[in-house]
Design a protein around this ligand. Structure first.
Ligand code: ATP
Ligand code: MG
Length: 722
């Protein structure tokens, strides 16, 4: 770069510097994980401002999360000082679009004071509309339609367009909702939103898009304002966001997008990795810059990740190299069961802490939120400070609190709070007025609500339509109390949730129902560790009371999706088992496409690590109180053995895998994934585990491709062609 390079650019490599300096015209930075894409964007902001090319407010910079926006603002501040505070248009698509929409709300029939509905509001409104049409909401749950509407909005489709597509039989999903009424209800929903002076998240983009399309003077205003546009994580933009960016790009086309096709992990939410692939076509003459040097991770971490992602088919392919020579191999730890896994991770964290690492240097990245429970409990017990990023902690989740309320009420009929929480969950037709009346009666008579129910149930005090469901509830309740004396408490919960229709309620919810069911399953599993119901409830009370430590000095627990763009010195990746990761659902629903998205997620996971990636899988996991034997994830086999150290309590490593063996023979890799075999169960008796399936892996000699250092790199540099 020479001595002439300004301070804020020092340390950048030539390609990065080029990406920073090329501020005129369209630029695509297409590069693997940890190559400094985000850093390029931040430095580019500094460069534009330092060179006086634009004022802070004239830069539009889109990040994927608010957290990422905050971090970028902080980094920019460090580079250029207080000027960074004027970066009003640095944020997520939603936050920026909301600002714009406030200014022009009247153009789409809203007032500038419009409210933004959250998911719950959205579902409630849809429910009103669906019920208003006398459509059975059990058969056609509002949540399902909410999901379709989101997807349509992600694709930039208005109700009219959905209707047209449906007529032409081109709309595969959702329009057939309630016998082809999907588009109609969508239209009514939009009308109602307008009347309520409200919009949902999808509308923020669609309304602004509509304004830009219909009002040229408004668009001209933004074309003049946004002199430079920067976009991070471009591979995860959906159609609506893509169109939004296209229309906002002015004739100067000073647009810089950075991304990595291998990290596209939001296909299930409508993201189109194609956006990145067609950039050059969309913006002819675009400069495409590839960054190949990874600054984040050690050679082993990079080698393992590179080897893994190679198994995907539709890829652009990249070269990544690092100057790093040392470092630990990626650890793959086979463990007996899930409790031992949480224990192993906790002990490892403590060891790291003793040898000088801080808690905040470590993160546990899980595939699904139900996996968090075991770690949270273990950390609480050992007093390892932790935070769950991007979601409530396990015991704060609505479904878990509901389940606990059922248990508390069974344990103690006096628990009025528990009664209130669940008496109409799932819906039993017991309205608020009835509940209020019961509470009042209880207070007046100095008794519990349950007692009040028994007193009033055969009187005229209660509306007739509430009496039937209340009677049924009391009958169930008495039965559960009896059952509690004879069956184990985990089985009790399972029975209660089944009888109460609580599982069914979530089963009907096509959007978040499955993850809630998974959490409940996990809860049932964990209850077995406790002597009896009261021991369990006491444990829960203690756990809930322990203070939330949101401090900076804590281990992070988050999902792999939430970890995008972040980095940590040490990353734990638990639960690498078939069916968990790759997740069975994504494979069932999207076949090979789903599997490849899972693999990209694995790639994202490994590449979050700077110094150590520690993967684990267990041989036995409890599902609904039954032990099932697990198979190690195929992703484990896919990592080149030279970058991996395998340690196993399960016999797995010794048997096949140390010679890079694979059940999924790579040469004959079948595009249609293998469906998971029925797990063997052995009813909780550990000595009966059949480990033979883990140990008998066929041998196939394999020679991992020798990395070819490209010319001009320092001697000993590790290059990975991916
Ligand atoms: P991801 O694909 O995971 O989002 P990325 O390409 O955005 O990764 P960054 O997060 O920008 O990568 O950078 C990864 C790490 O490398 C960061 O710690 C960053 O500070 C560091 N880094 C980037 N470029 C350089 C450089 N030229 N010199 C030293 N460190 C660098
Ligand atoms: Mg990044």
């Amino acid at each position: 770069l020479g001595a002439s390079a300004p301070d804020y650019m020092s340390g950048l490599n030539p390609e990065q510097a080029k990406a920073v300096r090329t501020v005129t015209g369209p630029v695509l930075v297409l590069a693997g994980a940890g190559t400094g894409k985000t850093r390029v964007l931040t430095t580019r902001i500094a460069h534009i401002l330092k060179q006086g090319l634009a004022r802070p407010s004239e830069i539009l910079c889109v990040t994927f999360t608010n957290k990422a926006a905050r971090e970028m603002r902080e980094r920019a501040e460090r580079l250029i000082g207080p000027a960074a505070t004027g970066l009003y248009n640095l944020g997520t698509f939603h936050s920026i679009a909301a600002q714009i929409l406030r200014r022009h709300a009247e153009l789409v029939g809203l007032k500038s004071t419009f409210t933004i509905l959250d998911d719950d509001d959205q579902v409630r409104l849809l429910k009103q509309i669906i019920e208003g049409r006398r459509i059975d909401t059990k058969r056609f749950p509002p949540k399902t339609l909410a999901h379709f509407i989101d997807q349509w909005k992600n694709k930039g489709l208005t109700p009219e367009q959905v209707a047209k597509l449906n007529d032409a039989k081109k709309c595969d999903e959702g329009a057939d909702f309630a016998f082809g009424k999907g588009a109609e209800i969508y239209a009514e929903y939009q009308d109602r939103l307008r009347v309520l002076n409200a919009c949902d998240f999808g509308d923020l983009l669609l309304h602004t898009l509509k304004i830009f399309t219909q009002y040229h003077e408004v668009l001209a205003q933004y074309h003049a304002r946004f002199k430079y546009i920067l976009v991070d994580e471009y591979q995860d933009t959906n159609v609506a966001q893509y169109l939004w960016l296209r229309i906002l790009t002015n004739a100067d086309r000073n647009l810089c997008c950075v991304g990595d096709d291998d990290q596209s992990i939001y296909g299930w939410r409508g993201a189109e990795v194609d956006n990145i692939l067609k950039f050059e076509r969309d913006y002819p003459g675009a400069e495409v810059i590839r960054l190949e040097r990874n600054y984040r991770s050690t050679k082993h971490i990079l080698g393992a990740a590179a080897g893994l992602i190679k198994a995907n088919s539709a890829r652009l392919g990249k070269t990544l190299w690092t100057e790093d020579q040392g470092g630990k191999k990626v650890l793959v730890q086979g463990i007996w069961d899930s409790a031992a896994e949480a224990q192993w991770v906790s002990e490892d964290i403590e060891k790291q802490k003793k040898s000088g690492r801080a808690y905040q240097d470590m993160a546990v990245l899980v595939r699904a939120s139900f996996q968090m429970r075991a770690f949270e409990e273990r950390f609480l017990m050992l007093q390892i400070p932790y935070v769950v990023i991007g979601g409530p902690r396990f015991f704060e989740r609505a479904e878990i609190r509901d389940a606990i309320a059922y248990l508390r009420l069974i344990q103690s009929p006096d628990d009025d709070l528990a009664f209130e929480r669940i008496i109409n969950v799932p819906k039993r037709g017991i309205g608020d007025a009835t509940v209020q009346k019961l509470l009042m009666q209880a207070r007046v008579a100095g008794q519990s609500v349950m007692a009040a129910v028994r007193d009033l149930i055969d009187t005229d005090e209660l509306p007739t339509r509430a009496r039937t469901p209340l009677t049924a509830f009391v009958r169930d309740y008495d039965r559960w109390r009896e059952l509690a004396k004879t069956i184990k408490h985990d089985m009790l919960l399972d029975t209660v949730l089944t009888d109460a229709g609580y599982y069914d309620m979530h089963r009907a919810d096509k959007v978040s129902g499955q993850s809630r069911l998974d959490n409940l399953k996990e809860m049932v599993n964990s209850m077995g560790d406790f002597e009896d119901l009261s021991a369990y409830l006491e444990h829960v009370a203690l756990v809930m009371e322990l203070e939330r430590d949101a401090g900076a000095n804590s281990v992070k627990i988050m999902t792999l999706h939430g970890a995008k763009g972040l980095e940590f010195p040490v990353v734990y990746l638990p639960g690498w088992e078939e069916g968990i990761f790759p997740s069975q659902r994504s494979m069932d629903e999207s076949g090979l496409r789903g599997l490849e998205e899972e693999r990209r997620l694995a790639y994202v996971g490994i590449t979050r690590a700077r110094e150590e990636a520690r993967i684990s899988f267990v041989a036995n996991r409890q599902v609904y109180g039954r032990w099932t034997s697990q198979l190690p994830s195929r992703f484990i086999d896919e990592m080149p053995i030279e970058h991996v150290e395998a340690v196993s309590q399960t016999g797995y490593a010794q048997a096949g895998w140390t010679s890079q063996e694979s059940r999924w023979d790579r040469a004959g890799y079948q595009p249609n994934y293998t469906k998971r075999e029925e797990p063997k169960t052995f009813g909780g008796n550990l000595s009966g585990v059949d480990m033979s399936r883990l140990e008998s892996r066929p041998h196939r000699p394999s020679a991992p491709a020798k990395p070819q250092p490209s010319k001009g790199l320092p001697v000993g540099t590790r290059v990975f062609h991916v």
